[in-house]
Ligand binder design. Structure first.
Ligand code: UDP
Ligand code: MG
Length: 363
C-alpha cells in the first residue's frame, strides 16, 4: 500500500538532534493513524548522522527510507531528491533541527484534507537571531515587490504539498532553486497557517550570512528579472538627470565663469554612482552565473545509495540478478534495499544489496 503522507527531512550534520527528532517524529506520525513514510535525505553529512539514520531505518524499516547523497548539495536539492523519491499523496517537508514541532504535521494534513494543494506556514514567535529576522523581513519585502510569489514567511520549510504540485516540481530542472517558491507557482489553492517555532534542539544553523545571501539571490533571480530591469530604469533616470545637469553647468559656466566649489560633493556623488554601477554589474553577473550553471547541465545532486524496505518481499529474499556485482549481502535484518540507480519505480524489486554501483544523478 502506498503511503498517504511522505515526510521529507534534509539532514546535514545533525547528529545532536537526530535522536530527539526520532523520539518525537515517529509517535507524532503514528498518532495521526495514516499510512506514512519518512524520507531522510542525507546531504553528505560528515558526522554520525548517516549512521544514526541507518540505525533508525533498521528500527522502523516499514516507514523509513534514507536517500544518501554522495556529497553536500544543499538543503533545497535534498528536498528535490526527496520529492523525486516520495510516494505519498501529501508531501510534507520538515527540517531536522526540531525548530518546527513535528506535532504540527496534523494541522498541515488537515488543510490538505480540506482541499488545499499547498500549505505554507508562518512561524509564530520566530526563535532566530535578530539579524536573521530583520534580513528575512527585508527579503520578504523585496520578493513581494519583484516576484509573483506570495509567501508570508519564505524561510520556513515546514510545508505541505499535494502530489500534483510535487509532480510539477519534479518536471523542473533548474539548477539553483528555492523549493517553496517554485512549488507555489504550481499551486492552485494555496493556504497559510501559523505553526510553532522553537530554538534549535541542538547543533548549529548550517546557514552562514554568505550562504543565506546566495539562497536569497536564488529566490530573487530565479523567479524574476525585475532586479535587472530596475537597474535599466535607474540607468535611464541617471542618464536623463546627468543630461539636465550638463546643461545647467554649461549655463552657469557661461554666466558665472569657472567654479571649483563642490568638488567633494562631486566625489561623494561619483562614488555613489560607481558603487551602484558595480552592484548592477554584480547583479547581471548573478544572472549570467545562473545561466552558466544551467548550460553546463551538471547533475543537481548525486545519490550514492537509497536505504529502503521493499514492501511485499519476504525478509532476506535476495534476487541474484539484482544482487550480482553489488557486494555482499547483509548478515541479517529486515528486507532492505540499498539501491543506487533510477527512480523508485525502477529500483530492483526484491533485494538486499549493500553496495552502490552507479550513482543516481538528479537532473
Ligand atoms: N541542510 C541540508 N543541507 C545543507 C544545509 C542544511 O540538508 O547544506 C538541512 C539541515 O540539516 C536542516 C535544514 O536543512 O535539517 C535547515 O537547516 P538549518 O536549520 O541550519 O537552517 P536555519 O533553520 O538556520 O535556516
Ligand atoms: Mg533550522
Amino acid at each position: 500500500m502506498s503511503p498517504q503522507l511522505s515526510i521529507i527531512i534534509p539532514v546535514y550534520n545533525e547528529e545532536d538532534v537526530l535522536p530527539k527528532l526520532f523520539q518525537r517524529l515517529y509517535p507524532a506520525l503514528d498518532a495521526l493513524g495514516r499510512p506514512y513514510e519518512i524520507l531522510f535525505v542525507n546531504d553528505g553529512s560528515r558526522d554520525r548522522s548517516a549512521a544514526l539514520m541507518r540505525a533508525q531505518f533498521e528500527r522502523r524499516p516499514d516507514v523509513t527510507r534514507v536517500v544518501l547523497f554522495a556529497g553536500n548539495f544543499g538543503q533545497h536539492r535534498a528536498i528535490l531528491a526527496g520529492f523525486a523519491h516520495a510516494r505519498g499523496r501529501y508531501i510534507i517537508t520538515l527540517d531536522a533541527d526540531l525548530q518546527n514541532p513535528p506535532e504540527d504535521i496534523g494541522r498541515i494534513v488537515a488543510q490538505m484534507d480540506a482541499g488545499h494543494d499547498y500549505v505554507g506556514t508562518i512561524r509564530r514567535r520566530r526563535q532566530d537571531a535578530i539579524w536573521r529576522r530583520w534580513a528575512s523581513r527585508l527579503m520578504n519585502l523585496l520578493r513581494e515587490r519583484t516576484t509573483r510569489v506570495r509567501i508570508t514567511d519564505q524561510g520556513c520549510m515546514f510545508r505541505g504539498y499535494a502530489r500534483v504540485v510535487v509532480d510539477a516540481v519534479n518536471q523542473c530542472s533548474e539548477y539553483n532553486t528555492f523549493v517553496p517558491a517554485l512549488a507555489y507557482t504550481f499551486a492552485m489553492d494555496p493556504v497559510e497557517i501559523l505553526v510553532g517555532h522553537e530554538e534549535r534542539a541542538g547543533g548549529r544553523s548550517k546557514y552562514s550570512m554568505l550562504r543565506l545571501l546566495r539562497l536569497n539571490f536564488d529566490l530573487m533571480t530565479g523567479f524574476s528579472s525585475v532586479p535587472v530591469q530596475l537597474f535599466s530604469v535607474f540607468g535611464i533616470c541617471v542618464s536623463l538627470l546627468s543630461g539636465v545637469l550638463f546643461v545647467l553647468l554649461m549655463v552657469r559656466r557661461l554666466f558665472l565663469g569657472a567654479e571649483v566649489q563642490g568638488v567633494f560633493t562631486l566625489f561623494a556623488l561619483a562614488f555613489m554612482f560607481i558603487g551602484t554601477a558595480l552592484f548592477g554589474i554584480g547583479l547581471v553577473g548573478e544572472y549570467v552565473g545562473r545561466i552558466y550553471d544551467e548550460v553546463r547541465h551538471r547533475p543537481r545532486y548525486i545519490v550514492g545509495a537509497v536505504l529502503e524496505h521493499t514492501p511485499g518481499e519476504p525478509a532476506g529474499d535476495t534476487a541474484p540478478e539484482a544482487a550480482a556485482g553489488q557486494g555482499a549481502a547483509p548478515p541479517s535484518g529486515p528486507p532492505t534495499t540499498l539501491a543506487s540507480t533510477g527512480s523508485p519505480e525502477q529500483l530492483p524489486l526484491p533485494a538486499i544489496m549493500y553496495c552502490a554501483s552507479q550513482p543516481e544523478r538528479g537532473s
